[in-house]
Design a protein around this ligand. Sequence first.
Ligand SMILES: [Zn+2]
Length: 255
Amino acid sequence: MHLLYLDDSGAAGNTTEQYLVLGGVSVFEAQAHWITQELDRLAENINPGDPHSVEFHASETFARRSQPWRGLSQDDARGTIKSVLDVLANAYDSARAFACVVHKASFPNRDPMEIAFEDLCSRFDRYLRRLRANGDTQRGLLILDKSTYETTLQQMSVEFRTLGTSWGVIRNLADTPLFVDSRASRVIQLADHVAHAVFRRYQSGDTQYFDRIARKFDSEDGIIHGLAHKELGNPHCMCIACLSRRTGEGRQPED
Ligand SMILES: [Zn+2]
């Protein structure tokens, strides 16, 4: 089974932020265990006495206001976030990053989280379809942080079979999405860092986190299918998602 863990960054209702990101990582089931072990090892460096109490949450590490991040230097906090992202960077090729960046003002009449969720379901399904065409017949499952838009997305997940069918994406997914507690899942914590890295890239032009994982976004023939940048009125955007699609136009009509 391929598991796509997702978390969000940026708040839909926060008018000081332009973007909302839903993002994370798709791993083959055995890899979830490897990622958990790697992050447990990192947690041991942070709190040797009680590593399981350490929850990696990028925005909290970045802010350095709560324990165990309070008192860290800015460099150490940034280093911690990068160490978490490096677990993805060093993972097998079958670990792929996925994210959808929604420019909220471009879609004033829609919930940006719904746009991102629909987009990622469809992107993940296309990824699975591609694997299937190459002989990997495993199905996929979406796993989301419980606190991620609990009401909207849980409602959408209740209606998932109907919605998924109307988007045409239900074929390769095994079941409706699962919601888990981020404290209990290291892989959700990694997904949180992916979403945060993408958010920093688009919201603040801060690429130092994004660059660690940029090559892990799902891609084929030079087109980065794993990353979507949804913003109207920006036809010459030079981000890797937009650029790779323009360069690949004509080669990949479905994207
Ligand atoms: Zn772009």
